[in-house]
Design a binder for this molecule. Sequence first.
Ligand SMILES: *Cc1c(COP(=O)(O)O)cnc(C)c1O
Length: 414
Amino acid sequence: MNVMTNPAVFDVERIRQDFPILTQTIRGKPFVFLDSAASAQKPRVVIDAMVHAMETQYANVHRGLHWMSERTTEAYEAARDAVAALMNANDRSEIVFTGNSTGAINLLAHSYGRGILKPGQAVLISGMEHHSNIVPWQLLRDSHGIELRVAPITDAGELDMAAYEALLSDGKVGLVAMTHMSNVLGTVTPADRIVRLAHANGAKVMFDGSQAIVHRKVDVQALDCDFYAWTGHKLYGPTGIGVLWGKRDLLERMPPFMGGGDMISSVTYEQSTWAAVPHKFEAGTPAILEGIGLKAAIDYVQAIGYDAMTAHEAALTEHALSRLAPIEGVRIIGQAQDRGGVISFVLDKAHAHDVATLLDRQGIAVRAGHHCAEPLMHRFNLDSTARASFGIYTTLAEVDALADGLIRVREFFQ
Ligand SMILES: *Cc1c(COP(=O)(O)O)cnc(C)c1O
């Protein structure tokens, strides 16, 4: 374990052996997967944990009085403990499981948005949000009379802090809902300052941590934010499970979002009462196997350690920027000082979709399109970019393959 936690000797080849899918060849070429920001690959321990549960230890959770249900409940609830430890939550009851980040943000928009925010108050987002942190607030605006404000970003792709502060200054903003790391630009937002300014102006803060938690150690108590949303499948876990962390007193004040089984204390036709948090927000049979898989993913990440992961990704990002930027006709979108392992770029005279297709012919998987962030594309007068994103299993050689591949693609368009 010492070897793995020392970033100086982070052994990426050993890490790669944990990911069965990476051993394949695609179109006769080594599989160069540079699309982890869309969804990460899964280590063997995650796959095994889910298979093992299905083969040996599976029943519905929480209600069963039999041995099998109790064991499954323990395994599933252990995921909540793992998430609480990962984020340094004050209490495991502050961890609400959802389907993904989208589910977490919609839960907040419905419950906090309709239950706590008052018509006339505002929600403040940034100009680099994923659609899942735009559209739920638009729906709230249109149904509940909430104003939606957008803090602009600079040409470098950083939050314009002066504009952000000005948008808070009339005291009408009830909630800041902002990305902690952009899935397009790689920008890591200055979370401490965002929280401090919001709180000074009477606003709560929710971070969309879908990308950030993959690249940075997140400590919600140190950040002192109020809510934090993320999604399991980008942190090497399964699809179908996400997290909304919230400060307990806020969660307790919030009304339920969905009604159904598991979220009640008692039900009559006249009136129902709610279970305690977090179960009040977890109606219906949860993603049991996915929770078990997520715990395995968290254990895996914790064993490697964020210091090692962050250092590895910083080295990859620096190398990628130094290789891609000098290629004639390539323009990198977003030049934030503080950034993670996500790089968007465009190639002169070429559509991003064609770039991605031609890279794919060389076995290199990158994303192309608007990356669920159309308003951000418009901010840079683009309709799409190509995007390379890195994970713990990404190698410097793969970054070189991308740069060399791009040089070949470029020749195609000259
Ligand atoms: C991926 C992503 C989301 C949405 O995650 P889902 O798992 O699709 O709900 C939201 N915000 C950011 C920044 C993302 O990268």
